[in-house]
Design a protein around this ligand. Sequence first.
Ligand code: FES
Ligand code: FES
Length: 184
Amino acid sequence: MTRINVRVDGVTYDDDVEPRTLLVHYLREQLGKVGTVVGCDTSNCGACTVHLDGAAVKSCTVLAVQADDGEVTTIEGLAQDGSLHPMQKAFHEMHGLQCGFCTPGMIMASVDLLRENPDPSETEVREGIEGNLCRCTGYQNIVRAVQQAAGEMRGGARAPSGDGHVSPAEVDTAAAPHVAGAQS
Ligand code: FES
Ligand code: FES
């Protein structure tokens, strides 16, 4: 066992961990931070994304001991004083989720994206979250949510549509003919 001291969502923890324990397992199993989910365990999906010392990391690729003396923020620590983070609010308002499994990681990755680029184009958003997979393929509204949050975080500056407001995409049922076909 190795002793680590880590601050998670504003609370400091002193814990013994196995040197091989992954950060995501430490967060979920030892701290009960089950808002951070495991999608693949192989660094592909991004569902486990958290912030370590302010930068997004896939917590299934980081050992808990690597977070020693560090600061971790999970999706559970993003809201402040009972108010949703603008990114959480935008995902809610823009319907940026379907089943919601990818959402914690998407939000954490998107917050980090805006830290580096506060005014990303649609292409830059898509590139910025390319490490996060949505199996519901809800990317259209995810991108719109990120751009809405960007506008709000810049203080209501120009939104991507140019009129100060972003609308969620219409649901395009024609885009999934195989679904209809599967039921006939
Ligand atoms: S669970 Fe970490 S990248 Fe998929
Ligand atoms: S909303 Fe279902 S995986 Fe993204």
